[in-house]
Design a protein around this ligand. Structure first.
Ligand code: FAD
Length: 378
């Protein structure tokens, strides 16, 4: 094989490793089982409107990591987009995350920061010193019953298809409440969207004479020239696919939640006036609606059509796209055993959200790939 390194998976983790190693003079062969590069950050223009749609769910770039920010800016400029989220509850729209605006609208009040803080403290004390035994009690302990039941309870039940009384308290460790009217979703100093789209950014990372990309190539498909048994032991491998799949599920399957997306082109210029609207109530089956035109107000999109995407959440079957680790105690035990197996693999490095079974934002995937290059591959 004409490569010094095989990278399985062309998401941000794999691309960062490949780009760094290629720039250091190594020949890198990347494969991906999908027909496009970029992993879950991939986006494409909806053909009839030209509106950029994030195929695997809305992706907002944000980071406080200066090294990652500097690295990302080598491949793309960013717009000044600032992410804001609203939620619909009982026919009324509230700003999220919960802030002074949400509190005053919800309680029909005009509290200042201190009065609001005192109110939430008092409501959160309802359960006294009792240790929360489930997510319901944890929610009440964190922000008090009224706000928890309005904005978190049913939304979380939809995300997990499970009554929060049957979910462990550990699912939520904190629920941010801001005692200002600041409703920016992310606190990070750097945020924005790639000026000419995610796919242009992702393609530029792979655009190096030392990088070859083969799409539609599954690492476990033995009919392909580049597959697990042909490669491992011959060439160093960076593997960013699911860790349980790599070991043929020897320790059992790790559980994931997946999302279903229902995309629709509408004959209106603006459907909801904002990019993301959550639906907090159980009666609405989807968790949120994305309207992609609002991610790029600077672009010249058609004024009479728009693209929306409804998002539904459920537990993943083996054939589904794995999105968020469920992370039950059984999963954690399985992962511990998989880690022991990983340690036994010669010259195979496991990375990214699937390879390490953890949710990673894009900046975290890029940051941990840079660390892998520094610490294990250089
Ligand atoms: P991925 O992007 O998943 O790439 C893994 C690649 O490996 C895939 O292309 C897959 O096809 C390939 N692969 C798997 N198995 C095989 C195989 N057997 N053979 C060959 N190839 C294989 N991050 C943010 O910063 N902001 C956001 O707003 C945000 N929103 C998100 C919304 C959703 C719904 C999800 C799921 C994630 C979101 N993320 C967001 C996280 C972001 O998608 C990840 O950080 C990023 O995808 C991680 O990159 P990765 O390379 O680890 O994994």
């Amino acid at each position: 094989m004409n490569a010094d390194l095989v990278v399985v998976g062309t998401g941000f983790f794999g691309l960062t490793v490949a780009e760094r190693m290629a720039s250091a003079g190594r020949r890198v062969l990347m494969i991906d089982r999908r027909e496009h590069l970029g992993g879950n950050a991939y986006s494409e223009d909806e053909p009839t409107t030209g509106i950029e749609v994030h195929r695997y769910g809305a992706h907002l770039f944000h980071t406080a990591n200066e090294r990652v920010w500097e690295y990302a800016n080598r491949f793309t400029d960013f717009t000044s987009y600032t992410h804001r989220v609203y939620t619909t509850h009982r026919g009324e729209v509230f700003p999220m995350p919960i802030n002074l605006g949400t509190i005053n609208q919800f309680f029909r009040s005009a509290y200042g920061p201190e009065a609001a803080r005192a109110l939430i403290r008092e409501q959160a004390a309802e359960l006294g010193d009792k240790n929360p035994e489930n997510l319901d009690e944890q929610g009440v302990r964190l922000i008090g019953r009224p706000l928890y039941e309005a904005f978190i309870r049913e939304y979380t039940a939809k995300q997990w298809q499970t009554d929060p009384r049957d979910l462990p308290a550990s699912v939520i460790s904190r629920l941010p409440v801001r005692y200002t009217y600041d409703n920016r979703y992310f606190n990070d100093p750097h945020q924005g969207l790639p000026v000419d789209g995610y796919t242009a950014w992702l393609e530029r990372m792979a655009d190096h004479p030392n990088i070859e990309v083969r799409l539609g190539t599954d690492f476990f498909d033995t009919s392909q020239p580049v597959h697990q048994r042909a490669v491992v032991g011959q060439v160093p491998v960076v593997y960013t696919g699911p860790v349980d799949r790599y070991f043929d599920y020897a320790e059992g399957e790790l559980s994931w939640r997946t999302l279903d997306f229902d995309t629709e082109v509408l004959d209106v210029g603006d459907f909801q006036g904002t990019s993301v609207m959550n639906y907090a109530d159980a009666e609405v089956p989807y968790t949120r609606i994305h309207e992609f035109r609002h991610f790029h107000p600077e672009r010249d999109y058609p004024s009479d059509r728009t693209v929306i995407m409804r998002e539904y959440s459920r537990f993943a079957e083996r054939q589904d796209e794995p999105y968020y680790p469920v992370n039950t105690p059984e999963d954690r035990e399985r992962l511990r055993r998989y880690r022991a197996l990983m340690d036994g693999e010669q010259d195979v490095h496991f990375g990214g959200r699937l390879g390490t079974y953890q949710y990673l934002d894009m900046h975290m995937a890029i940051g941990s790939a840079l660390s892998m290059v520094d610490n294990k591959l250089s």
